[in-house]
Write a protein that binds this ligand. Structure first.
Ligand SMILES: [Zn+2]
Length: 310
């Protein structure tokens, strides 16, 4: 069975070909600011090199409808995509209906299928990046809820009831404190005044990310920011653990290239705060995080029946 896997990310388009459960090809392309699905179709065809596919999986950075075929709402470069039935687009382009899934859920499935959480049935995932993505699995089933929103919005738990308004509509979300976009806003507002090394990175690249904070934590301003991030991430994870009682917690995202720094500290804080009788799940990070979403969405796509039902 050959499956085309498509990961519509924040800045890049990742494509994979999975044959009988094994990722055999992978490419990553920068996404044009003026995103158009034709770019995706062309890139997928180029990767397949004329070969046909038995299934198509598409991961998207947003909430997907209950049928697994389209985005419920879309922003930024994907604005307007919610009006497109991606599953039918795939049928037109590649002769197969697609399975469309939220990218954090797809990453969780990838890690449960053949990754760091292989075989686990009760899992939560936290992905740290531009925003905070989450996903949950209970008893081997992805948590979706009635309208597809369950498990994936824990980056928007309230950590300050009198905090700032989040773009999502809620007030004081975790994301408004401990995400790349929040970090950049804090710098822009002058709330975070970078030390010399962080300022140098800001000058060199035009912007900074959470990883820059981790790597300049020898400076007081970065150390204070990182301390706040730990507090917020731990709050999110404690909430996830209390809600879903996992056997393992997967923490992923670009910042986890510093996992040796982050995981022990985050584990200590989460385990310290959990309900006294709660299981203390290990916090782990994927060994191949760049392919989690592709592997997961391909695994999901391979379970799609002929009528497009997962
Ligand atoms: Zn929010």
């Amino acid at each position: 069975m050959r499956t085309a896997a498509i990961d519509l990310g924040g800045t890049t388009l990742k494509l994979g070909v999975v044959e009988d459960g094994v990722l055999v090809a992978r490419t990553e392309l920068p996404l044009a600011p003026s995103f158009h699905l034709d770019q995706v179709a062309t890139a997928v065809r180029a990767q397949l090199g004329g070969a046909s596919v038995d299934a198509v999986g598409i991961a998207v950075p947003g909430i997907v409808d209950a049928a697994g075929s389209r985005l419920v709402a879309a922003h930024g470069k994907y604005a307007g995509l919610h009006q497109v039935n991606l599953s039918e687009w795939s049928l037109d382009e590649f002769g197969r209906l697609a399975r469309v899934e939220n990218d954090a859920r797809a990453a969780l499935v990838g890690e449960v299928t053949d990754g760091i959480a292989a075989g686990a049935r009760d899992v939560v995932l936290l992905t740290l990046g531009t925003g905070i993505g989450t996903a949950s699995m209970i008893g081997g089933r992805l948590v979706r809820g009635r309208h597809g929103h369950a498990g994936i919005l824990n980056g928007h738990v309230t950590v300050a009831y009198d905090g700032r308004r989040c773009p999502c509509g809620n007030i004081g979300c975790a994301e408004t404190f401990a995400s790349t976009w929040a970090l950049r806003q804090a710098v822009g507002r002058g709330e975070l005044v970078p030390g010399a090394d962080l300022a140098e990175r800001l000058h060199a690249h035009g912007s900074i990310g959470i990883r820059d904070i981790v790597e300049t934590r020898h400076e007081p301003a970065s150390a204070a920011a990182l301390e706040r991030f730990y507090g917020v991430w731990a709050a999110v994870l404690v909430t996830q653990c209390h809600a879903f009682d996992p056997e393992v917690v997967v923490v992923t995202g670009g910042v986890m290239r510093s996992a040796d720094v982050i995981l022990p500290e985050l584990s200590r804080r989460v385990h310290d705060r959990l309900w006294s009788s709660s299981f203390r799940p290990p916090l782990v990070t994927p060994t191949d995080p760049a392919t989690s979403v592709l592997r997961g969405v391909a695994a999901l796509a391979s379970t799609l029946d002929n009528e497009g039902h997962p």
